[in-house]
Design a binder for this molecule. Structure first.
Ligand code: HEC
Length: 131
């Protein structure tokens, strides 16, 4: 009886420890889809048509993903992609990419900066100033 209870507590502790790790892995796996266009290292495969999402503010990224999802922002590319995700998953993706470093080695073009300058975070502004 007592032994079982200890076992139960140990199992719960193990599950609790494993859950966040699994969630992280899930997001990293999902983010691989995004890397196909937005880049493995934060530099989009075609910087003229694909915006940098690494190091953008989480609230900005989430707003855009949310709007693609709801149809408030149209994109024949992004809209079908985000439909695969729930809003909480899009929130996690936004947090995931916001935590990445802005790709400083190749500063964004002026065109891309202008697209999102209202939301350009401190690291983003510094990178653009340096360009
Ligand atoms: C097939 C290429 C492709 C894939 C895959 C892709 N994107 Fe995009 N993404 C784009 C393009 C192109 C745009 C610009 C759309 C526009 O302005 O109409 C964009 C725009 C965005 C934006 C808006 C950024 C801004 O500053 O305007 C966000 C956020 C974004 N993508 C996140 C993601 C996430 C997260 C994933 C993975 C779930 C993803 N994208 C997968 C091509 C892609």
């Amino acid at each position: 009886m007592f032994g079982n209870r200890i076992f139960g507590v140990a199992v719960i502790a193990l599950l609790a420890a494993a859950a966040p790790a699994r969630a992280q892995d899930d997001i990293a796996a999902k983010a691989q889809t995004c890397a196909a266009c937005h880049g493995q290292n934060g530099v989009p495969i075609d910087p003229k048509t694909i915006p940098i999402i690494w190091g953008q503010q989480a609230s900005y990224l989430y707003k855009e993903l949310h709007d693609f999802h709801s149809g408030d922002r149209t994109s024949p590319i992004m809209a079908p992609l985000v439909k695969e995700f729930t809003l909480p998953q899009l929130r996690e993706l936004a947090n995931y990419f916001a935590a990445k470093a802005w790709p400083e080695a190749t500063p964004p073009s002026r065109a891309i900066y202008r697209r999102s300058d209202r939301h350009c975070g401190a690291a983003c502004r510094a990178a653009v100033r340096g360009s």
